[in-house]
Ligand binder design. Structure first.
Ligand SMILES: CC(C)(COP(=O)(O)OP(=O)(O)OC[C@H]1O[C@@H](n2cnc3c(N)ncnc32)[C@H](O)[C@@H]1OP(=O)(O)O)[C@@H](O)C(=O)NCCC(=O)NCCS
Length: 353
C-alpha cells in the first residue's frame, strides 16, 4: 500500500471488511476528540450502521488514504424528500496531524459534484467548540453562523430526585385526562400514521438563523430510521402522552441506548403539541422516562441531550433535573456557489494532494 496520500470515493453500502475497519478506526479517533470518555463504536455496529441507512438517505463519502489508514473523510448527504430540497449537509474530518495542509479543502472539492448535480443551492455543516479549527475553516469558506446547539449531560448521581418525584406526583392533577404509554422498539403499526404526525411537533424546536423548511416526514422515513437503529443494536424507547377523551396523541419523548455502551443513554426528541402545552406533560414525560431508565437500565450512569441554545422551555426542564452544559455545537450555512468560488480561487494556489 502506498504511503502517498490519495483520495477516493468510499462505497459505504458495500465496502470490504478491511475498508470498513479503517473507517471505523478513523471515526473512533475523531469521535474521541469530541467525546474522549465515550466507549468506541465496534466495527460490527459501524458496518451495520453504514449498510442499513434508509433508502431515502442520499450520501457520498470520500476518504483520504495514507498507507492502510484513513486520515480524512468528507461526506455529503441529504434526505430525499418534499422538504428542504435546497439543502445538502456535509461533514469534513481530518486527523489532527494532517490538518492545515489543504486536505480538508481537497475533500470538500470532491464532494461538491453531488449537491451541484442535484441543484442543492445551500450547504449546511456542524462544528464543535471542542475543535476550534472547524469554525476557522467554515469562516474561511464564507459560511454564516446559523445556530448554536447545546449538548448537556445529566450524571444520574446529580439527578434532582426531589424535583423528579414532585413532577411525577403532580402530573396526574395538572395533566388530568392524559395517560402515558410506554413503547419499546419499532412503533406499532396500528398507530404509525398518528405517530408520524406527532413527530412533526419537532418542527417547533428553534432553528435560529438556519434557512431550513419544516420537515415533512413520511412513514417510510420513520420506518427507515427505526430499522437503521435496530440493525445497529440500538434499543429505542418511547413514551407517549395520550388524551384519553379523544384518543389523540399529545406528546412524546424517546431515548436510545446501546448495550455495548451501557453507561450512556442518548435522549432523543421530546415534543408536546401546542394545544396541550403548559399542563406539565413535557415534565411528566421526561421524569417518567428517567424513572423507568433508572429502574430497568441500572447500567446507565448518564443521559446526554442536545437542544438549540435558544430552546428555553426544554433547557429549563433539563436543567431543573440536574443536566449540565457539556459542549456547544454550531451549525453553519453557505451557498453552494460561494464554496465553488472559494475552491476555484484557492485551487490555483495549492498543488493537488
Ligand atoms: C475543519 C477541518 C476538516 C479542516 O481540515 P484541514 O485539512 O486542516 O483544512 P485545510 O488545510 O484544507 O484548510 C482549508 C482552509 O481553511 C483554513 N483553516 C483550516 N484550519 C484552520 C485553522 N485552524 N485556523 C485558521 N484557518 C484554518 C486554511 O487556512 C485554509 O484556507 P486557505 O484555503 O486560504 O488556505 C479539520 O480542522 C477538522 O477535521 N476539524 C474537525 C471537524 C470539523 O469541524 N469539520 C468542519 C465542519 S464539517
Amino acid at each position: 500500500m502506498s504511503n502517498m496520500l490519495h483520495i477516493e470515493q468510499f462505497d459505504w453500502r458495500n465496502a470490504s471488511k478491511q475498508a470498513y475497519a479503517a473507517l471505523n478506526r478513523f471515526n473512533n479517533q475523531t469521535r474521541a476528540e469530541v467525546y474522549p470518555e465515550d466507549t468506541p463504536i465496534s466495527l460490527e455496529e459501524e458496518m451495520a450502521s453504514w449498510r442499513n441507512r434508509p433508502p431515502t438517505w442520499v450520501s457520498e463519502l470520500w476518504v483520504a488514504w495514507h498507507g492502510g489508514e484513513i486520515v480524512g473523510t468528507g461526506r455529503v448527504f441529504f434526505r430525499r424528500a418534499e422538504d428542504n430540497q435546497h439543502v445538502a449537509e456535509f461533514s469534513l474530518n481530518v486527523l489532527p496531524r494532517h490538518r492545515c495542509q489543504g486536505l480538508g479543502r481537497e475533500l470538500l472539492s470532491r464532494l461538491m459534484d453531488l449537491p451541484l448535480a442535484e441543484g442543492r443551492t445551500s450547504l449546511l455543516a456542524w462544528t464543535t467548540d471542542r475543535v476550534p479549527a472547524g469554525d476557522a475553516f467554515m469562516e474561511r469558506l464564507g459560511a454564516r453562523h446559523g445556530m448554536l446547539e447545546r449538548v448537556s449531560q445529566l450524571e444520574l448521581s446529580d439527578l434532582n430526585r426531589d424535583r423528579l418525584d414532585l413532577w411525577l406526583r403532580r402530573a396526574p392533577e395538572r395533566a388530568a385526562g392524559f395517560a402515558l404509554e410506554f413503547h419499546a422498539g419499532a412503533y406499532p403499526n396500528a398507530d404509525i400514521q398518528a405517530i408520524v404526525d406527532l413527530l412533526h411537533v419537532m418542527n417547533d424546536a428553534p432553528r435560529e438563523g438556519l434557512e431550513l423548511e419544516d420537515e415533512r416526514l413520511t412513514v417510510e422515513d420513520v420506518r427507515g430510521w427505526q430499522t437503521w437503529r435496530a440493525e445497529r443494536g440500538v434499543v429505542s424507547w418511547t413514551l407517549f402522552a395520550r388524551e384519553q377523551a379523544t384518543g389523540r396523541l399529545a406528546g412524546f419523548t424517546e431515548t436510545f441506548w446501546h448495550p455495548q455502551r451501557p453507561a450512556l443513554l442518548q435522549q432523543g426528541g421530546t415534543g408536546v403539541w401546542p394545544d396541550y402545552r403548559n399542563k406539565g406533560l413535557g415534565r411528566w414525560l421526561k421524569a417518567a422516562m428517567i424513572e423507568k431508565v433508572m429502574r430497568d437500565l441500572p447500567q446507565v450512569k448518564r443521559i446526554r441531550t442536545d437542544n438549540a441554545n435558544s430552546n428555553a422551555p426544554m433547557l429549563k426542564i433539563n436543567y431543573d433535573l440536574g443536566f449540565k452544559h457539556y459542549l456547544t455545537n454550531s451549525a453553519w450555512q453557505v451557498e453552494t456557489q460561494r464554496v465553488c468560488a472559494y475552491l476555484a480561487e484557492s485551487r490555483t494556489l495549492v498543488p493537488e494532494v
